[in-house]
Design a protein around this ligand. Structure first.
Ligand code: PMP
Length: 429
C-alpha cells in the first residue's frame, strides 16, 4: 500500500511570519513546508488535514510515537492535580519515582552501578557534563572523538563533532579534542584501529594522553555508520588498558533504538560514562541524563547546574515509559524483528538501483546514495507522498529512517513502499 502523491508544497506555502520573523537558521520547515497541527502514534497531521507517516520520530526523541496514550494519561492526571512542574534539583515525588524505576528496571537488571546526573534537558547538556567530568576526574584535557561523530552544538560538544559546517559555526578554535578514524573509515583497506593504538603508544606521535574517548555505537547524524561489535569491544579494552575513560553517547541510539535499552549492550561493554536524552522522557519532553561509574562521582554540589534539570512532566512520562516498555525483553525483541524487516526491504530497494546501499542497526536503518545529491531529493519525493524522512552523513548522502519503535508492521511497510516509489521516481527523473 502507498499513499497518493500530493500537490507539492513549497516554503512559500508557510505563513509569512516564518520568513519575516524566524531566523534563517530554521531548517526542517524548509524540507517539510507544512504547518503541523496534531499527531498520534506514527502519524502527523497538518493544518490542511494532510497526514504524514513519521519516519523521523523527532530525530529519535519519539521512540514510543506521538502522544502515546499510555504516557499521556499519567501526564494529564499529574498536570490536573497541580503536580509540581518546575523544581531545579529539589526533591519531588515525580523525580523519586523516576529514579527508583530507572534504578530498579533499567540499571540493576543490566548490572550497571551508575550514578545518575540531571545535566540540563538536552543531549548537548549531557555531553558537556560528560566531558567536564572526564577532565575533572583524570586531570587531563584532551578527548578522543571519531570521524563523522555528532555530539551537539555547544562548544564542548562541537569540539568532538566532525561536521565541518557545524564546527565552523563556533567562530573560535575548537581545541582539546583529536579525531580518530571510526570503524571502517578506510573501507577495510587500512586497519583503522592499529592507527589509533599506534599514535596512543608512540611518544613521538604528538598526541597528549587523553582523558576520555567519546563514541557513538552507530553514528546517526554521521551517516548511519555502524561500529562492529568487535571494534567496540577492542575500544573498551584499549581504554581500560591505558586508563582512558570510555564515554558512549547514547543520545540517539539509546532508549531502545537499536533493540536493547542501551545500544552498547549487544557488545557486552560497560562504558565509564553514558549520555542519554531524546527518548528518555518517552513523550518528546526535554530531559537528559549523564550516567557514570559510582567512583567517578567527584562533582562538588552545584558544580554543574542548570535551571531546567527538574522538568517533572518529563519524569512522569519517563517513569511510565519504563513501566510500559521495559519490564521484559519483549520490546527489544519486537524492535530487533522490525529492524530486520526494514533491512530486508531496504536491501531489495538497493538491489534495484545502482549506487544505492542499505545500512544501519535495529530500527535505525537507511539507504546510502553514491550520487550524494539524490538522498535529499528522495526525502523530498517521500514528503510529497506523505512520509517524513531525513538525510544524514557529511554530504547528506544517506536517507535515514527512524520510525517510532511502536510503529506497526503495516506502517513500516507503507513507509518503505513510499520510500521505494520515491527512490524510483528520483533515480529515473
Ligand atoms: N549526541 C548525539 C549522538 C546526537 O544524535 C545528538 C542530537 N542529534 C546530540 C548528542 C545532541 O542532542 P541535542 O540536540 O538534544 O543537544
Amino acid at each position: 500500500m502507498s499513499l497518493a502523491i500530493m500537490a507539492p508544497l513549497s516554503e512559500a506555502d508557510l505563513p509569512e511570519v516564518y520568513a519575516s520573523v524566524e531566523s534563517e537558521v530554521r531548517s526542517y520547515c524548509r524540507g517539510w513546508p507544512a504547518v503541523m497541527e496534531s499527531a498520534q502514534g506514527s502519524w502527523v497531521t497538518d493544518t490542511s488535514g494532510r497526514r504524514y507517516l513519521d519516519f523521523f520520530a523527532g530525530a529519535g526523541a519519539l521512540n514510543y510515537g506521538h502522544n502515546n496514550p499510555a504516557l499521556k494519561r499519567p501526564l494529564l492526571e499529574y498536570l490536573a492535580s497541580d503536580g509540581i512542574v518546575h523544581s531545579l534539583d529539589v526533591a519531588t515525588s515525580a523525580k523519586t519515582e523516576f529514579l527508583q524505576a530507572f534504578e530498579r528496571q533499567i540499571l540493576r537488571p543490566r548490572g550497571l552501578d551508575y550514578k545518575v546526573q540531571f545535566p540540563g534537558p538536552t543531549g548537548a547538556n549531557s555531553v558537556e557534563a560528560a566531558l567536564k567530568l572526564a577532565r575533572k576526574v583524570t586531570g587531563r584535557e584532551s578527548i578522543i572523538s571519531f570521524t563523522n561523530a555528532f555530539h551537539g552544538m555547544t562548544l564542548g560538544a562541537l569540539s568532538v563533532t566532525g561536521n565541518s559546517m557545524k564546527r565552523a559555526g563556533a567562530g573560535i578554535p575548537l581545541v582539546h579534542a583529536t579525531p580518530m578514524p571510526y570503524d571502517n573509515y578506510f573501507d577495510g583497506v587500512t586497519e583503522d584501529f592499529h592507527w589509533f593504538e599506534r599514535v596512543l603508544d608512540d611518544s613521538g606521535s604528538g598526541l597528549n594522553r587523553p582523558a576520555a574517548v567519546i563514541v557513538e555505537t552507530v553514528q546517526g547524524e554521521g551517516g548511519l555508520n555502524v561500529a562492529r561489535i568487535e571494534w567496540l569491544q577492542a575500544l573498551e579494552k584499549l581504554c581500560h588498558k591505558r586508563d582512558i575513560l570510555l564515554i558512549v553517547d547514547d543520545v540517539q541510539m539509546g532508549c531502545g533504538r537499536t533493540g536493547p535499552f542501551f545500544s552498547f549492550e549487544e557488545a557486552g561493554i560497560v562504558p565509564d560514562i553514558v549520555t542519554l536524552s531524546k527518548s528518555i522522557s518517552g513523550y518528546g519532553l526535554p530531559m537528559a541524563l549523564t550516567l557514570f561509574r559510582r567512583d567517578l562521582d567527584v562533582w562538588a554540589p552545584g558544580e554543574h547546574n542548570g535551571t531546567f534539570r527538574g522538568h517533572n512532566p518529563a519524569f512522569i512520562t519517563a517513569t511510565q515509559a519504563i513501566k510500559t516498555y521495559w519490564q521484559s525483553s519483549d520490546f527489544t525483541d519486537a524492535t530487533v524483528g522490525k529492524g530486520e524487516f526494514m533491512r530486508a526491504r531496504l536491501e531489495e530497494i538497493a538491489a534495484e538501483h545502482d549506487g544505492v546501499s542499505a545500512r544501519g542497526r535495529g530500527m535505525a536503518q537507511g539507504l546510502k546514495f553514491e550520487a550524494t545529491e539524490l538522498a535529499s531529493q528522495v526525502c523530498r519525493a517521500a514528503f510529497d507522498r506523505g512520509a517524513l524522512m531525513e538525510t544524514s552523513g557529511p554530504s547528506d548522502e544517506v536517507v535515514k529512517l527512524l520510525p517510532p519503535l511502536t510503529a506497526s508492521r503495516d506502517e513500516l511497510e507503507t513507509g518503505l513502499d513510499i520510500l521505494a516509489e520515491a527512490v524510483t521516481a528520483t533515480v529515473s527523473a
